[in-house]
Design a protein. Structure first.
Length: 227
């Protein structure tokens, strides 16, 4: 009986270890210390919560108020209106070897976020939180939303949000400003869908280091995958 029990226990270990042993898959990069960057396939990881954090920190109150004071001083009145888009909190998304990942960076200045409320389009930046007035907004189609905004850094800025995968909450943001005619694209994921993708962790417990080098997305190709 004891022998049979030991065989069963060994069998369970053999089955379980390959599954759970792959929760962390380490990435080798010549610019980063070995065993410090890894893919975390555990969708219950608490590290998701740290990049999906929406409360003010440190001097965020000051920077946010400074951006609101700018609007007030220039007589730019905020007007309440329900956002046209279904998702109002967005977090940076990365591509690595063709796959999408949320990213827990070595330096949280890389954790760029944006949010939308009933009066402002908000940039969550390294140097603080900045509120921009929503001049107008519209839904172009079921997967495309346009926001025209103004604020302390740009007085004429347009952001078009292209939903390329609604189920996973993945979008391409297309941005233009009056000072730059070139379009700027970046990947974002809705905060409520962040666990739909695995997480790459840059463990800085041993000190901050370089960030992982990610793919340069083919935005033209991605925009053709809208669904």
């Amino acid at each position: 009986m004891t022998k049979l029990r030991n065989i069963l226990i060994l069998g369970i270990i053999v089955l379980v270890v390959p599954i759970y042993g792959q929760e962390k898959v380490f990435i080798n990069d010549e610019n980063i210390k070995a065993k410090s960057v890894y893919i975390d396939n555990n969708r219950n990881s608490k590290l998701y919560d740290q990049i999906n954090y929406w409360k003010f920190r440190y001097f965020d109150d000051d920077s946010y108020q400074y951006s609101l004071d700018y609007l007030y001083e220039h007589k730019i009145k905020l007007i309440k209106k329900t956002p046209v888009i279904f998702a109002t909190k967005w977090i940076t998304l990365k591509q690595y070897k063709g796959k999408f990942y949320a990213y827990y960076p070595s330096d949280f200045c890389s954790n760029f976020k944006q949010s939308i409320n009933d009066t402002t389009f908000i940039d969550w930046l390294c140097d603080g939180i900045v509120a921009n007035k929503i001049i107008d907004q519209k839904q172009i189609d079921s997967n495309t939303y346009e926001f025209n905004i103004t604020g302390i850094y740009h007085n004429d800025r347009k952001i078009v949000i292209h939903i390329i995968d609604k189920e996973k909450g993945i979008a391409v943001f297309e941005e233009t400003t009056n000072s730059d005619t070139e379009k700027y694209y970046y990947l974002m994921i809705s905060s409520d869908k962040i666990r739909s993708v695995p997480l790459i962790v840059n463990d800085f417990s041993g000190g901050k280091q370089l960030e992982l080098r990610f793919d340069k997305p083919d935005f033209e190709k991605l925009l053709k995958t809208k669904k």
